[in-house]
Write a protein that binds this ligand. Sequence first.
Ligand code: AHM
Ligand code: MG
Length: 282
Amino acid sequence: MKDIIKAIEDASIRIKDLIETGDTGKSENENSTGDTQLKLDIASDEIIEEIFAKIPSIKAIVSEEQEAIVDLNDNGEYLIAYDPLDGSSLVDVNLSVGSIYGIYKDEFNAQNIIASVYVVFGPRVEMVVALDNCVKMYRLLAGEFKYIQDIKLNAKGKLNAPGSTQNCWAPYHKTMIDDIFNDGYRLRYSGGMVPDLHQILLKGGGLFSYPGTTDRPKGKLRQLFEVFPFALTYEFANGGAIDGLKRVLEVETTHIHDTTPCFFGSNEEINRVLEVYKNNAR
Ligand code: AHM
Ligand code: MG
């Protein structure tokens, strides 16, 4: 596992440079979800693949930017699903973006995720590793990632990050979000799940939601590359991650690019969502 974390550190140093100097324009390609890929998406994906290809403990990898699983080493122990540059369309407006890595064993599914790593590229570069029930944050300082702190959520927070297209929300979802604001929560939503979820983790708690909507009944965020890695992080940080009715780490994956509705937060907010969804969702 150490070699994988080191590989992610090395890739992140190169991706930081790419974000600072690379072309933010569109490529001519689409990814499997039908999004037009930016040149930055493709270049960061290539950096990660090139670095992972040299690590013998990695059996296979799959990227949000690629159609299929890439086999690396038959005798490798780990499978890695990654989103090389989540929120890449925010680079041209100079907002924070991130990379997300889910580390799995045996098969790419929720039951088999054993560790996750995300890296936030903002005014500072920070890496958060969820492993062995702990969540540890590191910061890039003078070319090296240094340990800064462990992260634990409070039972209840103050931030609300409501994602997706509001005029496609179910009425009960809208009422729930309104009620949360009426209880004094403050809006924090940048459109990049990495900085948005990082903020909730570091400020002690709150709720991030990306529900199923009339335009996207299964939500937008991808299970293997985005939702499961953050679910592990939130659970290890004493919070929760649900699809509305159950833990997202109990959601079944039938295809590597499957999406799922998702809610991440501290326990009080997660219980609040469960209560609303249990009484309303079908
Ligand atoms: P991407 O993988 O194409 O960058 O999309 C994922 C991003 C997340 O970072 C963010 O939470 C979400 O899309 C925002 O979507 P929306 O604008 O629909 O709220
Ligand atoms: Mg993404």
